[in-house]
Ligand binder design. Structure first.
Ligand SMILES: C[S@@+](CC[C@H](N)C(=O)[O-])C[C@H]1O[C@@H](n2cnc3c(N)ncnc32)[C@H](O)[C@@H]1O
Length: 236
């Protein structure tokens, strides 16, 4: 009931400029942004640039990105993994709050999307912190594990193909240090997790991971109704 009241159009009306479970036209979402968003001007520029893209709804919601930046600062993170870059809004968001010797390993398979945001990484002066890997994210995570980087990362954001979520989670859990955080996006999948259809592999995959996380003793968790739903897993 409470969620329904706070998020009146839960599951519908993903805003074009930034995905969220609250409808674009919801006065509450606008109120949240008006009273909490502190967006770096170049991040804002990238968000507005991405809003014109036909796949703009893939972009992370700006309030969720701000929460992740605050968490990264809180835990004094140095090494971050971004699984699913798209135009690079959250990659830039992470790079902006990392120390100068920090690093974001940014994974995507589509260079055309990434090219849109890359000039803004440079304009923001953080390009040197971004280690972009254009190949399937599973391959990048395996390479990081093979090169002895297990338990050296502080934060990971899982936001790519939903069918691979469990594999991303398991590999990130090995790459993250104790006390590190894994943020998993789209855990509510516009409400489809309530009734996953057998032929809908993406929803099945998200739902299974949600069920597994609920009883996973390796982490503490919080599932937040922010954006399209985000679970924060805190490695024990
Ligand atoms: C939802 S978007 C990511 C949004 C992004 N995190 C942001 O800050 O706006 C998902 C991205 O995952 C990428 N992707 C899909 N399958 C992938 C794979 N197997 N490996 C790496 N990236 C993949 C897509 O090309 C797309 O850019």
């Amino acid at each position: 009931f409470f969620l329904g009241k706070r998020y009146p159009s839960f599951g519908f009306g993903i805003p074009k400029s930034s995905k969220s479970s609250i409808g674009k036209s919801s006065p509450l979402w606008q109120y949240i942004l008006d009273h909490s968003l502190r967006e770096h001007p170049i991040l804002k520029k990238l968000r507005l640039l991405t809003a014109d893209h036909p796949c703009s709804k893939m972009m992370v919601s700006c309030d969720q990105a701000q929460l992740m930046a605050n968490l990264v600062k809180l835990i004094k993170a140095k090494k971050v993994i971004e699984i699913g870059v798209f135009t690079g809004y959250n990659t830039l968001n992470m790079a902006l709050v990392l120390p100068d010797n920090g690093r974001v390993v940014a994974c995507d398979i589509n260079e055309d999307y990434v090219k849109i945001g890359k000039p803004l990484w440079k304009e923001a002066g953080v390009e040197h912190k971004i280690d972009l890997r254009i190949k399937p994210a599973i391959q990048t995570l395996d390479e990081l594990l093979a090169s002895g980087e297990a338990e050296t990362f502080d934060f990971a954001f899982i936001d790519a193909d939903k069918e691979s979520y469990n594999e991303y989670y398991e590999k990130c859990l090995r790459l993250i240090k104790k006390g590190g955080i894994i943020a998993i996006d789209n855990v509510l999948w516009s409400g489809r997790v309530l009734k996953p259809r057998k032929d809908d592999l993406a929803t099945q995959s998200i739902h299974h991971l949600n069920e597994k996380l609920q009883r996973d003793a390796r982490v503490n968790i919080s599932m937040l109704p922010m954006g399209d739903g985000v679970t924060l897993a805190f490695k024990l």
